[in-house]
Structure formats: C-alpha cells, structure tokens
Design a protein around this ligand. Structure first.
Ligand SMILES: *[C@@H]1O[C@H](CO)[C@@H](O)[C@H](O)[C@H]1NC(C)=O
Ligand SMILES: *[C@@H]1O[C@H](CO)[C@@H](O)[C@H](O)[C@H]1NC(C)=O
Ligand SMILES: *[C@@H]1O[C@H](CO)[C@@H](O)[C@H](O)[C@H]1NC(C)=O
Ligand SMILES: *[C@@H]1O[C@H](CO)[C@@H](O)[C@H](O)[C@H]1NC(C)=O
Ligand SMILES: *[C@@H]1O[C@H](CO)[C@@H](O)[C@H](O)[C@H]1NC(C)=O
Ligand SMILES: *[C@@H]1O[C@H](CO)[C@@H](O)[C@H](O)[C@H]1NC(C)=O
Ligand SMILES: *[C@@H]1O[C@H](CO)[C@@H](O)[C@H](O)[C@H]1NC(C)=O
Ligand SMILES: *[C@@H]1O[C@H](CO)[C@@H](O)[C@H](O)[C@H]1NC(C)=O
Ligand SMILES: *[C@@H]1O[C@H](CO)[C@@H](O)[C@H](O)[C@H]1NC(C)=O
Length: 504
C-alpha cells in the first residue's frame, strides 16, 4: 500500500508505491504509501522479469468470472455484473479425491498480471502440498474494472461507491466457492495469501469467511495503521532506524540536509543552484518537490530493502563514499546516483498517480502516517486529518470515513479481542519494513502467529525464492509452511471425524 496521498512515487505498476497527489496544495505530505510488492523494484533487484507485459507460462490459465457488482443490496442496480479476472494453475493439484488444498492469492491494489511469477510462495510450495493455485484480481484494478476504464469508473460517483474492501473480499468469497465447485473439491481447504493491503484482506477474509478459508498468510499487513492505534510517525521512524543502522553518518547527513535545502532555496538563484546540483530534468520551481522526491526515495528504499542489493546500504554507500571535500548536498546527490545510477538528468517529478488507491485512501483506507519535528531524520510533516478530509472532498465530493476500518474489522485491543475468537492467521513481517510498525508482531494465540525477521523488508517472504536468499529468509518461509501444514493436518483429521469423510 502506499502512504500519504500527496506524494506519489514513480515505480509504476502498482504494487506499492508512495503517491504524490496531484492536488497537493500544502507542502505537507499526506501520502499513504502503497502496500503491495512493488513490481519495478522486484524487477530491478532480481531481474527475473524484464517486462510488465510478460506472458505467463501456459500452466497459468486466465478466466473471467461474472461477478456481482453489489453484494450487499437487493435493489435492481445491485444485480449488475462485471468480469473479474482470475488465474488458475492446476499443474501441482493433487485432485479432489484427496481433498488437496487450494492456495488463493488475494490480489491487492494492482493488476495481477505478474503476480503468478513474482509471488513465488505459491509456486515454490505447491508441489509439497499438491496445491491448486488461484490468483484473484481485486475489483477496479487490472482487467477487473466494472464498466470500462478505471478513469471512467472512478468518474461515476455511483459506480465508484462499489469500490471498497468489503465488496472485494465478498468477490473473493463468491469466486472461491465457484472454483471449488468447478473442481468438484468441496472438502479442499483453502489457504488465502496476501501481501501489504492484500495481506490485510487475507487476515480480514479469515475473520469474515472462516467457512471458506481455513487459514491466512498475511504478509506485511499493517492492519493497525488505523485510528490512533499506531503512532503517526511509526512508518518514518522505521525508515530512520534503517538508515541509522546502515550508517550513523549517513543518517546524520540526511537529517542535516533538509534545512540546508530550504536555506539555499530561499536565496536568489538558490533554486537554479539546486537544480544544477541535483541534475534535475526540469528546473525546480520550489524546494518541496525536491524534498518530496528525496523523502520518497528513502522511504521506498527502506520499504524494499531487499537482499541481495539492500538499497538503503547502497544509498548510504553513496552518501558516505563521496569524495573528501564534498558538502552535505554533494553527498545526498551521491546517494541518489548510487541508487538510481549515473544518469544525464534526474526526473524528480512524481510518477503517475495511482487512481484506484487514491480513491481507496480517500474513502476507507485512511492511514494517518506523518511525523513531527525532530522525531525522525525527516522534516516535519504531521498528518492532518482535517486537511486530508478537505483534499478528498475536493477530489471526490465525499468525506473519507477514517473510523470505518476499525468499526468493520476491528483493530483496537487486538489480542484481547481475537485471542479466543480467531484462529489460523500468520502475520509475517520484516522489521526493516516501515509498515511493520503497524503489523502484528507478537503471537495473539496458539494459532494467530507472528513470524518476523529482523532484517526483512516489505512482503519479502511471499516473493519467489532466489539462490541469493539469506538463511533467515529461507527459515521464515519454512516456518510459515510448517504452520500451514499443521492447520491442514488438523483439518483433515477433523474432516474425517466430523464429516465421516472418505479421504484417501
Ligand atoms: C517485452 O515484451 C515484449 C512483448 O512480449 C517483447 O517483444 C520484448 O522483447 C520484451 N522486452 C524485454 C526487454 O524483454
Ligand atoms: C475419484 O474418486 C471417484 C469415486 O471413487 C473415482 O471414480 C475416480 O476415478 C477418482 N478419480 C481419481 C482421479 O482418482
Ligand atoms: C516548474 O514549472 C514549470 C512550468 O510550470 C514546469 O514545466 C516544470 O516541470 C516545473 N519543474 C519542476 C521540477 O516541477
Ligand atoms: C512546487 O512546484 C510544483 C511544480 O511546479 C507545483 O506543482 C507545486 O504546487 C509547488 N509546491 C509548492 C508548495 O509551491
Ligand atoms: C578522505 O580523508 C580521510 C581522512 O583524511 C582519508 O582517510 C580517506 O582515505 C580520504 N578518502 C578519499 C576518498 O580520499
Ligand atoms: C557519469 O556519467 C558522466 C557522463 O556520462 C561521466 O562524465 C561521469 O564520470 C560519470 N560519473 C560517474 C561517477 O561514473
Ligand atoms: C528540533 O531541533 C532543532 C535543532 O536541534 C531545535 O532548534 C528545535 O528547537 C527542535 N524542535 C523541537 C520541537 O524540539
Ligand atoms: C541484520 O543486519 C545487521 C546489520 O547489517 C547485521 O549486523 C545482523 O547480523 C543481521 N542479522 C541477521 C539475523 O541477519
Ligand atoms: C463412518 O461412519 C460409519 C458409521 O458410523 C463407521 O462405521 C465408519 O468407521 C466411519 N468412517 C470413518 C472414516 O470414520
């Protein structure tokens, strides 16, 4: 997911980004960084895919389900339908006679084009479980947009109203039952898997639809970044910690840089000087664009501080490694060059706004991410709910409902509430991921389990395994698999006793 809505970042196809909103009037970032695994980032780091339009191997078959537009109303309009995309891989499927399990990847705020290849947890472990793999696309993303293009769907305020998480998980429920029927697999247990916003959906799905999902793997799901459960500066505090841990001097340089930028920008010819110093592709009109760009670069590097590249270390290597005599801004720029490569110029303008997520944050997914003065290595940018609401009202004509997520799904006193009620959820987090500040980091019960890694990043555990993976990552995935195996074994035993099944 992204964070505040005003600064969007530039890696494209969805999976996780920060968003620079086009409508920011104030300098304050109201960004809500995207949650999903960032495709570009994965590409850059692993070179497993070179293209966003890669064709999938033929064992992945694409289907479209005729989905109900509105699951919660019986008025005639609610019976409209749209085509929802899903992808199936039955190569490893053990068959319905053995009630082999189904792994269902719940799509997040992006198209699922590349998920079958990038979310390798499913394919990597399918043979061991003889699992059927299903990838479901979230409504209003990719090819699952009700009525035409996303721009059109979002312009229509009635249609836009059906774009929310409750409808999305209801889609998943209906579609998964359809898949079970198609595969004549009434007793196959389903494990739902998701990352980031999709991880939140996976955990909420298990709570709402226990008769459909036996368990959930919720990777990097910041389900506690709502209301005031998590301090506003949780996200940026972890970005700060990551840089400080990588290098104290790097952290200090970044911390010192903001006021220097402001000071220079306020002088005559200061903006021209900064434009030249940072080799910006077009001349700077103010310092806030530059600061926003640096801010997002550091946040993204921390969120995706993945092995083997470790982008935070790369940036700090540039900053600390600048030649003797470099001033603070030379060092900052050297960090950018180390991270982005040596380019003829740097495009610091925000990337394209992610329309769908922008709407979601302006309606339901209000995550108050901000920071005060001196509590992080960044300049002060508190989250102002009032300003956020004003921005959203201007853009969409309706006010966000910041307390709806906790009303509908809960979140407050999570251990007290869930430890006797819920079961079978893995909350996995890498503690270098800024979103882990709002993750479930402690076991809530014997089967609501927190699996964390000290040096892990956002959604790392559900990505395809690599030969370069550190041992701690492999161990994290194995632990998750063993937990899931335990749930399934218990389920089969229950099935036998309670349903007098005919298992083989
Ligand atoms: C990207 O995909 C297109 C179409 O499949 C292909 O022609 C092109 O060579 C690919 N680009 C790279 C860099 O692999
Ligand atoms: C599944 O079980 C049915 C009924 O016992 C049997 O007819 C069928 O051949 C089995 N299918 C497989 C793939 O084993
Ligand atoms: C500054 O403003 C000009 C004119 O509006 C615009 O073309 C240019 O892209 C802006 N520069 C930046 C870095 O935003
Ligand atoms: C800074 O300049 C950009 C590009 O010209 C503009 O979009 C933005 O509104 C300006 N920000 C402020 C705070 O003036
Ligand atoms: C910079 O100066 C320090 C201390 O004088 C020296 O140890 C270091 O080798 C120099 N680095 C470079 C790149 O010249
Ligand atoms: C970056 O590229 C420019 C021009 O291509 C070159 O002059 C410069 O030495 C390069 N800098 C580094 C650090 O490689
Ligand atoms: C933040 O730090 C600066 C520099 O140390 C100091 O001048 C300022 O008073 C501090 N602000 C707050 C709110 O503590
Ligand atoms: C995590 O990273 C730190 C800093 O790079 C390193 O000192 C530590 O050994 C790592 N811990 C693990 C468990 O890999
Ligand atoms: C199913 O129930 C029948 C009759 O109650 C019993 O004889 C049989 O052992 C049961 N089968 C299993 C697999 O539990």
């Amino acid at each position: 997911m992204k964070m505040n809505r005003i600064f969007l970042f530039q890696w494209l196809p969805l999976l996780l980004l920060l968003i620079f909103s086009k409508t920011s009037i104030s300098v304050k970032p109201h960004k809500i960084p995207r949650l999903t695994p960032l495709l570009k980032n994965i590409l850059k780091d692993f070179n497993t895919l070179s293209n966003s339009s890669t064709t999938l191997p033929k064992e992945f078959e694409t289907y479209f389900y005729t989905q109900t537009l509105d699951h919660f109303n019986y008025g005639p309009k609610s019976y409209s339908t749209f085509k929802q995309r899903y992808i199936i891989n039955s190569k490893y499927w053990g068959g319905s006679n053995s009630s082999s399990p189904i792994f269902a990847y719940l799509g997040a705020e992006s198209s699922i084009d590349n998920d079958p290849l990038s979310i390798g947890f499913l394919t990597d472990f399918a043979p061991r479980f003889k699992a059927l793999l299903v990838y479901l696309e979230h409504r209003y993303y990719g090819q699952s947009i009700p009525f035409g293009k996303i721009e059109e769907a979002l312009k229509d305020e009635d249609r836009r109203g059906y774009f929310n998480s409750a409808q999305a998980i209801a889609d998943y429920a209906e579609l998964l039952l359809h898949v079970k029927e198609q595969f004549s697999a009434p007793n196959s247990p389903i494990i739902v898997i998701g990352g980031s916003y999709g991880g939140m959906l996976a955990s909420w799905f298990r709570l709402k639809y226990p008769h459909i999902a036996l368990g959930a793997l919720a990777s990097s799901a910041p389900i506690l970044y709502f209301d005031d459960i998590t301090p506003q500066n949780g996200y940026y505090s972890i970005v700060t910690k990551d840089f400080k841990e990588a290098s104290e001097s790097c952290y200090q340089t970044i911390r010192d840089s903001w006021s220097i930028i402001d000071k220079i920008a306020s002088t005559k010819d200061g903006l021209a000087y900064l434009s030249q110093k940072f080799k910006t592709c077009s001349p700077l009109n103010n310092s806030s664009d530059l600061k926003g760009y640096l801010d997002s670069t550091y946040a993204v590097a921390a969120q995706y501080d993945d092995p083997p590249r470790y982008p935070v270390t790369v940036i700090c290597g540039g900053i600390d490694g600048a030649t003797n005599g470099s001033d603070v801004l030379d060092r900052i720029f050297a960090g950018i060059v180390a991270y982005e490569g040596n380019k003829s110029c740097y495009n610091i303008l925000p990337g394209q706004t992610d329309l769908g997520w922008d709407w979601q944050t302006c309606s339901e997914m209000v995550m108050p991410i901000g920071r005060g003065e001196n509590d992080t290595m960044f300049y002060s940018a508190p989250f102002s709910l009032d300003e956020f609401i004003e921005d959203c009202k201007r853009d969409y004509g309706v006010s966000p409902r910041p307390h709806w997520v906790t009303t509908y799904y809960g979140g407050h006193d999570i251990k007290l509430i869930l430890h006797r009620f819920a079961s079978n959820v893995i909350f996995s987090n890498g503690l270098r991921d800024p979103y882990s500040s709002a993750g479930v980091l402690q076991d809530l019960s014997d089967s609501l389990l927190a699996v964390t890694t000290r040096n892990g990043s956002h959604c790392l555990d559900i990505l395809t395994s690599q030969p370069t993976d550190p041992d701690w990552l492999t161990m994290q995935r194995n632990r998750e698999v063993e937990i899931i195996e335990g749930w399934i074994t218990t389920y089969y035993a229950d099935l036998k006793v309670l349903k007098n099944g005919t298992m083989t």
